[in-house]
Design a protein around this ligand. Structure first.
Ligand SMILES: Nc1ncnc2c1ncn2[C@@H]1O[C@H](COP(=O)(O)OP(=O)(O)O)[C@@H](O)[C@H]1O
Ligand SMILES: [Mg+2]
Length: 412
C-alpha cells in the first residue's frame, strides 16, 4: 500500500516512525494537491493544525481513503464529525500508532472499511447529540398554502422542545412573505429586516467550522418561551433570495450537529428544492391536507407527480388538518384517496377557532397553553407515537407520580 502523508514537521516525524510505504510527503497543502493529481497512492494521511487539515480536506472533497490524524482526543472530538462530513476518516495519532505493533511492522496497511466502521461507531458514541432512532430531520409539507404547515411546524417544534430535546425549526418557505413561523413565538421581523436569521446567511458560513457553536449561534434566533427551541426565520421578501438545495443542505448539516432535531417548514411548491429535501434530507415528512375535496385532490395529484422520483413514501405521515366532527367518519377515506401507504400513519387535527383569533397574543405558543386545546393534545400524541415512538410503559409513567406538569392531565 502506497501512502501520501501531508502535514507539519511534528506530524511527519511521528509518521516516520511507522512502517508505511510513503510515496510522497507534502509539507504544504499545495504540495498535496500536486501529488494527488499524479496519483499512484492508496491512502492519504493529513496532519496539519486541525483547521488547516479541514480546509485541505474540503478542497480535495471526493478523494477516497483520506484520513485526518489528530494529536489528542479533544481535537478528535471537536473536529471528527466535520471530517466525516467532508468525506474523510478521523483518526487519533495514538490509535494509528497502536495499529503497528512490531510483529506487524512488515504488513502493508490501509484505512479499510473496518476502521471506518470503528470510527463511525466511536463517533456515534461520542456524538454530542443522540436521537434514539427518532427521525432527525422532519419536513412539514403540503402542496397548497393555508392548510397549516406553519402552525403544525410550530406546535410540533414546541412539543418536541418540551420533551427536553434541542430543536431548531427552519422556515424554508420562500413563497410566503414574512416570518410566519417566528410570529407564533412572538418573534416579528422588523420592517428593515435586520433581525431575522435566514438560510441564505449560511452561504457565508465557514465550511470547516461546523462544530463551533459560537459561530452557529449567530445564525439562529432563540425563542423566549422555549429554552430548547431555536428558529431560523425568513427575511421580509424571501422569494427574492432564491434558495437552492445546496444551501438548505448546508444549513441543515450544520444545524443537525448542534440540535437533536431539525424541523423544516416548507413552501407548498412542487419544486426541485422540495423534491430534493424529500429524497435526500428528510427522515420523516408530515404531509398535510385538509378535508376539502379540492385540497385532497391536490395532495393526490402531487403524490402522483412525484412518484417518478425515488421518494420513500413510507417516511410520509399524513396529517388531516382543520378536521371537525362532521368529517369524523371520513378520515380513512381521505387517507385512502390521498394514496399514501397507511398502516396507522395518519393523524387528524381538529379545527381550532383559537387560530383565527385576530389578537396576536392569543395565537402565541407558550409552554402554558400546550395541552390545553384538542389541537395541542393531538400534537402531543403525534410526537409521542410517531416522532419519539415512546412505548406505552413510558407514557404511563409520565402520567403517574413522575409526571411533568406539561404532561399532566387537566383536572375536572
Ligand atoms: N387546525 C386549524 N384550525 C383553525 N385554523 C387553522 C388550523 N390550522 C391552521 N389554521 C390557520 O390557517 C391559516 C393558515 O395556516 P398556516 O399554518 O399559515 O398554513 P400554511 O403554512 O400551510 O400556509 C392560519 O391563519 C392558521 O392559523
Ligand atoms: Mg406557512
Amino acid at each position: 500500500m502506497k501512502v501520501i502523508i501531508a502535514g507539519d514537521e511534528h506530524f511527519l516525524e511521528e509518521m516516520d516512525t511507522l512502517p508505511l510505504e510513503v510515496i510522497f510527503i507534502a509539507r504544504q497543502p499545495a504540495d498535496l494537491h500536486r501529488s494527488l493529481f499524479q496519483g499512484g497512492y492508496d491512502e492519504v494521511f493529513i496532519g496539519f493544525e486541525p483547521d488547516v487539515s479541514l480546509t485541505v480536506l474540503e478542497n480535495i472533497k471526493g478523494t477516497k481513503n483520506v484520513a485526518v490524524v489528530f494529536d489528542n482526543i479533544d481535537q478528535f472530538k471537536n473536529y471528527g464529525e466535520t471530517v466525516f462530513k467532508l468525506g474523510g476518516v478521523p483518526i487519533l495519532l495514538e490509535d494509528l500508532k497502536g495499529r503497528f505493533t512490531k510483529s506487524e511492522a512488515q504488513k502493508k496497511i490501509s484505512v479499510p472499511s473496518k476502521i471506518v466502521e470503528q470510527e463511525i461507531k466511536k463517533r456515534e458514541e461520542k456524538s454530542p447529540i443522540a436521537t434514539d432512532g427518532a427521525p432527525k430531520i422532519i419536513a412539514v409539507f403540503a402542496p397548497k398554502g393555508g392548510v397549516g404547515k406553519t402552525i403544525i411546524s410550530a406546535y410540533l417544534a414546541a412539543h418536541m422542545a418540551m420533551s427536553g430535546k434541542k430543536i431548531v425549526a427552519v422556515d424554508v418557505d420562500n413563497v410566503k412573505v414574512g416570518a410566519d413561523l417566528g410570529r407564533r413565538f412572538g418573534f416579528f421581523v422588523k420592517r428593515d429586516g435586520t433581525n431575522y436569521r435566514n438560510i441564505i446567511d449560511f452561504s457565508n458560513f465557514p465550511d470547516n467550522q461546523y462544530h463551533q457553536w459560537e459561530l452557529v449561534e449567530k445564525y439562529i434566533v432563540r425563542t423566549d418561551s422555549f429554552p430548547n427551541l431555536s428558529l431560523v426565520l425568513n427575511p421580509p421578501r424571501p422569494a427574492d433570495l432564491g434558495y437552492d438545495f445546496k444551501l438548505v443542505d448546508k444549513a441543515v448539516s450544520i444545524l443537525r450537529y448542534h440540535f437533536d432535531h431539525v424541523i423544516l417548514d416548507l413552501s407548498p411548491l412542487p419544486s426541485q428544492l422540495n423534491v430534493e429535501i424529500f429524497t435526500q434530507l428528510a427522515d420523516k415528512v408530515f404531509f398535510l391536507t385538509t378535508p376539502d375535496p379540492g385540497v385532497i385532490d391536490g395532495a393526490r395529484t402531487f403524490l402522483d407527480a412525484i412518484s417518478k422520483y425515488d421518494i420513500n413514501l413510507t417516511s410520509f405521515h399524513l396529517i388531516i388538518n382543520m378536521f371537525d366532527s362532521k368529517h369524523d367518519k371520513n378520515a380513512n377515506k381521505i387517507a385512502h384517496h390521498v394514496g399514501l401507504p397507511l398502516r396507522g400513519n395518519v393523524s387528524v387535527f381538529p379545527y381550532d377557532s383559537m387560530f383565527r383569533e385576530k389578537r396576536i397574543e392569543m395565537a402565541l405558543i407558550t409552554p402554558k397553553i400546550l395541552n390545553k386545546s384538542n389541537f395541542s393534545r393531538q400534537m402531543d400524541r403525534l410526537v409521542k407515537e410517531h416522532v419519539f415512538q415512546e412505548k406505552q410503559t413510558i407514557e404511563k409513567r409520565r402520567t403517574g407520580f413522575f409526571a411533568l406538569p406539561f404532561f399532566a392531565k387537566k383536572k375536572g
